[in-house]
Design a protein around this ligand. Sequence first.
Ligand SMILES: Cc1cc2nc3c(=O)[nH]c(=O)nc-3n(C[C@H](O)[C@H](O)[C@H](O)COP(=O)(O)OP(=O)(O)OC[C@H]3O[C@@H](n4cnc5c(N)ncnc54)[C@H](O)[C@@H]3O)c2cc1C
Length: 441
Amino acid sequence: MTVEQIQVDTLVVGAGQAGVAMSEHLSKLGVPHLVLERSRIAEAWRTGRWDSLVANGPAWHDRFPGLEFDTPADAFPAKDQVADYFEAYARQFNAPIRTGVEVRKVQRNVGRPGFTVETSDGVIQAQRVVAATGPFQRPVIPPIAPKDARVEQIHSAAYRNPQQLPAGAVLVVGAGSSGVQIADELQRAGRQVYLSVGAHDRPPRAYRGRDFCWWLGVLGEWDAEIAKPGREHVTIAVSGARGGQTIDFRALAHQGITLVGLTQAFDGERVTFRADLVDNLARGDENYLALLDAADAYIARNGLDLPPEPEARQRVPDPQCVKQPILELDLLEAGITSIIWATGYAVDFSWLQVDTFSEQGKPLHQRGVSREPGVYFLGLPWLSRRGSSFIWGVWHDAKHVADHIATQRKYLAYSQARQSSTQTSAQPETPIHNLDSVGAH
Ligand SMILES: Cc1cc2nc3c(=O)[nH]c(=O)nc-3n(C[C@H](O)[C@H](O)[C@H](O)COP(=O)(O)OP(=O)(O)OC[C@H]3O[C@@H](n4cnc5c(N)ncnc54)[C@H](O)[C@@H]3O)c2cc1C
C-alpha cells in the first residue's frame, strides 16, 4: 500500500515503545493518527542490541499499564520478549502502525497549516508530527578513538556476542549499563578484559527485599525533573543479567576484569588513562550508599517491615588495579585486539526541518511540546523527568503529549465552527483537521 497523497491529522514517526505509547493515548482520545516505522515495531529491542541482553528493570516495572509480561513479575525479560511485548501491545488496541516506511523530511507548509512529510513511500500531509525516533539514535565514538592502531573497534551498539571479536584481550571504554555488562560477558567467556571506568551511578540491584526500580519510584527519583548539578551526563551502571546483581566494580576486578580510569588519549598503540579511577569508584560508592541511606530512612519513616541488610554496606577490598591504577598501556603488549566503545548515543533530527532546535541541534521543547507549533518529541532523556527515556516513563510522557494535541484540536474545532457559522456562503474551510488516519500493520 502506498502512502502517497495521504493526509493525516497526527503523524507519529517511529514505532518503538514511545510510538506505541503515543498511539495508545491518541487512540484513547480519538485523535486520528498514523505511525510510520522504517523497520519493525520495537526494532531496537529486536536487533539493535547484544544477544544476551535482558531488561534492566523487572517485568513488573518495565512495562506499560495495559499489559503484563508473560514472565514472573520479578524476572528480567530477554530483549526479544520485550520486542514481542510491544508488538502484542500494539496489536491489543489495533494501533495504526505502518512498518517499513521511513520518514525522510518534514517541513512546515507555507501559507497553510500543517507539514509536508516526505517518506520512502510517498508524500504525506500531516497537521502534527510527533518525533518518537528514540533517545539513542546515533552511536557516538569519541574523537580520541585511534585512527592508526591495529585493533578492531566497534561501538556497543554493534556488539552482539564474544565470538564476533577477534581472539585476544578487549578494552571496553565506558562503564554504564552497556559497558559493564559487555565487559562482564567477555570476561566470563574467557577474555582478558580492561574496563575504562568514568563517572557513574550504581544503585544496588535490590536492597532490603525491594528492587532498585521500586526504591527509585517510592523515593521520587524517577520523577526528578532535572539531574543533580554536575551529574547530568553520569551513566547508571545496572544490570538484570543472570537474575540481576548489583554492579560492584571491585568485585568485577576480583573476578578478573582489569579496571582503568577514563580513557584519555591514544598515540599509535599506546593508550593513556586518567588517574581518576579511585575517585570515580568513590563517587559511585557515595551514590550507592546514599540510596541505602534514603531507603533506610523511608523504611523507618513509614514503619515498614523489610528485612535489615547490613551486609549491603560491606565493602569489597580494593583489588590490585585499584591500589595501583594503570595509567598507560601498549595495546600490542597487552594483547588487546579489540576496543568496544560503550560511550553512548546522540540524536539525529536532520529529517525534521523545523524551527525548534538550538544552535547545537538540541531539541527545544517543554515536556515534549516543541517550540514549533504542531511538532512534538517523545522518548528523549529527561524529556519531563528522569524516567522519560525508559519504558514506564515514556508512557506517562505520551499521555501528556496526547492531551496537548487533543486540547489544540479542540481550539481548532471551535475556530472552525465559529468561522463557518459566520460565513454567509457556508463554504467549509479545508477539512484537513477531520481527516481519518489510515491504519495498517
Ligand atoms: C542497551 C540498552 C538497554 C536498555 N534497557 C532498558 C531497560 O531495561 N528498561 C528500560 O526502560 N529502558 C531501557 N533502555 C532505554 C530505552 O527503553 C530504549 O532505548 C528504547 O528502545 C527506547 O524506545 P523509543 O521508542 O524511545 O526508541 P527506539 O526503540 O529507538 O524506537 C525508535 C523507532 O523509530 C524508528 N525510526 C527512527 N527514525 C525513523 C524515521 N526517520 N522514519 C521512521 N522510523 C524511524 C526506529 O526504527 C525505531 O524503531 C535501554 C537502552 C539500551 C541502549
